[in-house]
Design a protein around this ligand. Structure first.
Ligand code: ATP
Ligand code: MG
Length: 563
């Protein structure tokens, strides 16, 4: 039911509106997948600025990835126009960097300090040997910082200087944190310094989607928000706009055994009685599983050779069968190694694919070399993009013949790195330090292009926050999801996190969801019998449609394969 005269908040439902228009003070928004967290967060910021007269420059919005920050920025400009530019939007690392840059001297850095690249870091680490304290000292002697320092140094400086803390609290009176369930200790400490216990801190997230504990994230900070912050207000969003009712029911049942949200519920906003059940396919092998994906993609797209791309679509969503396009489809898997047979099978069938892992730019072989060369050749003229090209030319020529350079790469690696850096260079203009910073702080290599007419392949971690009309969740097997080293004992905490990952995967789907598992799979050098993941047992059999089980194929002739 829409109220008249709420203006900005018209596009929100009742609970989203309560969250967006809540008064100041600590606010925790507990919201499941597909309940419109981003929408609510951006509307809250816009509402505070446009309707309550909060100055945009008093607002700090923190996200976990650059992509999320970028998305938030775009959506805020859509709502607020130019005023959005005064809002500080960034990742934790970017916020840390800002504070560090403003207090470099207090942090013990001299002018000209910068973020070490991987080679510099490795060299320092080697020199430091086993002495853990020596590493930091040596880094500092060279006037370098590493990524961890971007958070630990500001925290250390702020801890010693209450007046400085007050200064930042005055600057950013309104703080918003997305995906709060993935906060780690030092990020949490930074937040505690930036926000008083009764401050205007708005945290939003879903404990059941906490999937980064291997990186030090601790969902405990989310769960104890109301102990940490005084008189915290709690708003729950439970209406899911993303998934069909059967998909949502399956997801809710799947997470139930280890849900961290008391009384977890998700109510489908979509109530199409015709909505298909969740497809379940038991494959004989990984190759058979890949063939199933190809066959089904073929059926959905309506014959790979004569498909219509844009017909039958409303608001980007396919509304008639056969109107699915490649970009509507995502194949999700637990480990990158699983993507091989699927990419091969899709490509053989002529299906375009785009793959996204959560690799960072700086992990690419050629990028570090290219970045260092760019820094040394800072005097080169021309635009940044032109300098990237020129540097790549020089390096590729140098590496075309054998050199004594220990880092010698194939020229192709250099060109691949140049291709990755060029769009970034074009986007950020002529600012070399900024480009180097982007690389150092973890810009992602292969952000998906949502307009590319290709099937999307992603790891479950990389799929977080995204949605697709059609999702295949492949490799739903014990030992793979939950992921476990063969022979290793199951660890309850890890298994719970893997179940959350499974939940994240299921909840990416809008209209059609397929879960597949193979009876046999090559893992760690030999072919193994695989059982379906026990996670599937939590889901009502009535929610599944069995997709033409095959007679398990005979194990392949391994000798033949070796030839
Ligand atoms: P996740 O936890 O998976 O990141 P989320 O809570 O961030 O999910 P969104 O991606 O913001 O969810 O929203 C999910 C979908 O629901 C989007 O397509 C969004 O446009 C739609 N949506 C959200 N709120 C509404 C609403 N009030 N009316 C119609 N559609 C909505
Ligand atoms: Mg989201």
């Amino acid at each position: 039911m829409e109220e008249v005269g709420t203006g900005l908040l018209d596009r929100l439902d009742a609970m989203q509106r309560v969250a967006a228009s809540a008064p100041g003070g600590p606010l925790l928004i507990v919201a499941g997948p597909g309940t419109g967290k981003t929408r609510t967060l951006t509307h809250r910021i816009a509402y505070l600025c446009a309707e309550l007269g909060i100055f945009p420059e008093r607002c700090l919005a923190i996200t976990f990835t650059r992509r999320a920050a970028e998305e938030l920025r775009v959506r805020l400009s859509g709502l607020l126009g130019d005023a959005a530019e005064d809002i500080t939007v960034g990742t934790f690392h970017a916020v840390g960097l800002t504070i560090l840059a403003e207090n470099a001297k207090a942090a013990g850095l001299s002018p000209g300090w910068r973020i070490a690249d991987d080679a510099e870091r490795d060299a320092v680490r080697e020199q430091a040997g086993d002495d853990a304290t020596a590493y930091g000292k040596l880094l500092r002697q060279r006037n370098l910082v590493d990524l961890d320092d971007l958070l630990t140094l500001p925290v250390a400086v702020l801890r010693e200087d209450p007046a400085l803390v007050q200064q930042y609290r005055d600057r950013w009176r309104w703080i918003f944190v997305d995906e709060y369930q993935d906060v780690d200790e030092v990020q949490y400490e930074l937040l505690r310094l930036l926000s008083p216990a009764d401050g205007n801190l708005c945290a939003i997230g879903d404990p059941d989607q906490a999937i980064y504990s291997f990186r030090g994230a601790d969902v405990g900070y989310f769960l104890r928000f109301s102990q940490d912050f005084t008189d915290a207000r709690l708003v729950r969003l439970t209406r899911n706009y993303r998934s069909s009712a059967p998909i949502l029911a399956a997801a809710v049942q799947a997470i139930a055994p280890s849900s961290l949200v008391r009384g977890r519920r998700l109510d489908p906003a979509r109530l199409d009685p015709e909505a298909p059940l969740v497809g379940r396919y038991r494959a004989g092998s990984a190759a058979d599983e890949a063939d199933f994906v190809v066959r089904t993609v073929d059926e959905l797209v309506g014959g790979l050779s004569h498909r219509s791309l844009d017909s039958g679509r409303v608001d980007g969503r396919a509304v008639v069968p056969g109107a699915v396009s490649f970009s509507d489809i995502a194949v999700l898997y637990r480990t990158d190694a699983q993507s091989g047979p699927i990419v091969a099978a899709l490509s053989r069938a002529g299906v375009p694919v785009q793959k996204r892992s959560h690799n960072r730019l700086r992990d690419h072989a050629g990028v570090q070399v290219l970045a260092r060369e760019l820094r040394h050749a800072d005097g080169l003229g021309g635009s940044l993009a032109a300098r990237v090209k020129l540097t790549a030319q020089v390096l590729a020529q140098r590496y075309a013949a054998p050199t004594l350079d220990a880092e010698q790469l194939a020229p192709e690696d250099i060109w691949a790195a140049a291709d990755l850096l060029t769009p970034l260079a074009q986007r950020i203009g002529d600012d070399l330090p900024r480009l180097l910073q982007e690389i150092a702080t973890g810009a992602e290599v292969d952000a998906l292009d949502p307009r590319a007419e290709a099937v999307n392949l992603l790891t479950l971690h990389a799929a977080k926050g995204l949605e697709f009309p059609v999702v295949f969740l492949v490799g739903c097997e014990d030992g793979l999801l939950p992921l476990r080293w063969p022979g290793a004992a199951a660890d309850a905490e890890q298994t719970a996190e893997e179940r959350r990952l499974f939940f994240v995967g299921l909840t990416r789907a809008q209209d059609r969801l397929y879960v597949t598992h193979a009876a046999r799979r090559f893992r760690h050098g030999s072919e193994r019998e695989q059982a379906p993941t026990p996670f599937l047992d939590a889901i009502d059999a009535g929610l599944f449609e069995r997709m033409g089980d095959t007679v398990p194929s005979r194990p392949r002739d391994r000798q033949l394969r070796l030839l």
